[in-house]
Design a protein around this ligand. Structure first.
Ligand SMILES: [Zn+2]
Length: 298
């Protein structure tokens, strides 16, 4: 069965002057319901401050918690840090951590938020406030839930924040496959980065993934995968530069799950990026991702 983490406070009103919309975190639950798939909803707790501070600069954490992030940081994030934004910024890492805990029991679970891979130690960036992937990975290892974690980032944008926050960690492998010319302009160094050319389509994309992922899994031998399953490599995405079809995204996620299940590896996914004017279409694309990841092999 599909296990999904959602909190009503994942949804927040649009903020003045920002193109970012928080509504897809509610619409994705509507899309799951409309699909008829059987799923169990779980409610996350806010990530405790100490676990956020274990990864982020405490002075930045303080700025977010007291709603006093300076304007240049809010500009870099892409929206103002309001009370609602602050609350969801604590819940989202809590959701990713809970997804991992559930994945350890059930094999797969999805946080219906998260994937905030651009957030850096002392500032947010690119619509990301706190880096749920890095925070959750660090906590899971510190508490003994996993010894080695692969953060698999297939969002169209490079996971620069995750890479920089976890640089030097031998127990966490960061793998980012992204559009080389897309945001961020200055890339960080993941354990392994694959930058793809603009317009890369299904066949070339899947050739890269099928070449790289099994080797990383065999060499690094993680005991858990945190998957940033952004759907923005889709050809219709407003901020993507790649050209995956729906079938290509489907094949991507099924390949990830086959590789994981074949090795007995639990997978926790986060939503990541997905942008477009048709909000419900985006939500359905995210929902389809979770549904197929929870399905047994086909
Ligand atoms: Zn993205």
């Amino acid at each position: 069965m599909l296990h999904v983490i959602h909190h009503p406070a994942y949804v927040s009103p649009a903020t003045d002057g920002s193109a970012f919309r928080f509504d897809k975190y509610g619409l994705v639950m509507d899309a799951l319901a409309e699909s008829g798939v059987v799923f169990q909803r779980h409610t996350p707790q806010p990530m405790p401050r100490s676990w956020i501070e274990a990864v982020h600069d405490p002075a930045y954490v303080e700025q977010v918690l007291t709603l006093s992030a300076p304007p240049e940081k809010e500009r870099r994030i892409g929206f103002p840090v309001t009370d609602r934004v602050m609350r969801r910024s604590l819940l989202s890492p809590g959701g990713t951590w809970l997804a991992a805990k559930l994945a350890l029991t059930h094999g797969y679970a999805a946080n219906a938020a998260g994937g905030s891979h651009h957030a850096l130690a002392d500032t947010g960036a690119g619509y990301c406030v706190f880096n749920d992937l890095a925070i959750a990975a660090n906590r899971l290892i510190a508490e003994g839930d996993a010894a080695r974690i692969l953060i698999l980032d297939l969002d169209v944008h490079q996971g620069d924040g995750t890479a920089s926050l976890l640089a030097g960690r031998s127990d966490i492998f960061t793998l980012s496959i992204h559009a080389e010319k897309n945001f961020p302009v200055r890339k960080a160094r993941s354990t392994l980065d694959i930058g793809l050319e603009d317009g890369t389509g299904d066949d070339a994309y899947l050739a890269v993934l099928t070449d790289i992922l099994p080797r990383v899994l065999d060499d690094f031998r993680p005991d858990l995968i945190l998957y940033q399953a952004g759907i923005d490599p889709h050809e219709d995405d407003r901020l993507g530069r790649l050209a995956l079809s729906d079938a290509g995204l489907d094949a991507r996620d099924r390949f990830v799950m086959r590789q994981a299940r074949g090795r007995g590896l639990p997978v926790a996914s986060t939503m990541g990026g997905g942008y477009g004017a048709d909000r419900m279409a985006i939500a359905r694309r995210h929902a389809a991702c979770m549904i197929r990841m929870a399905e047994r092999d086909r």
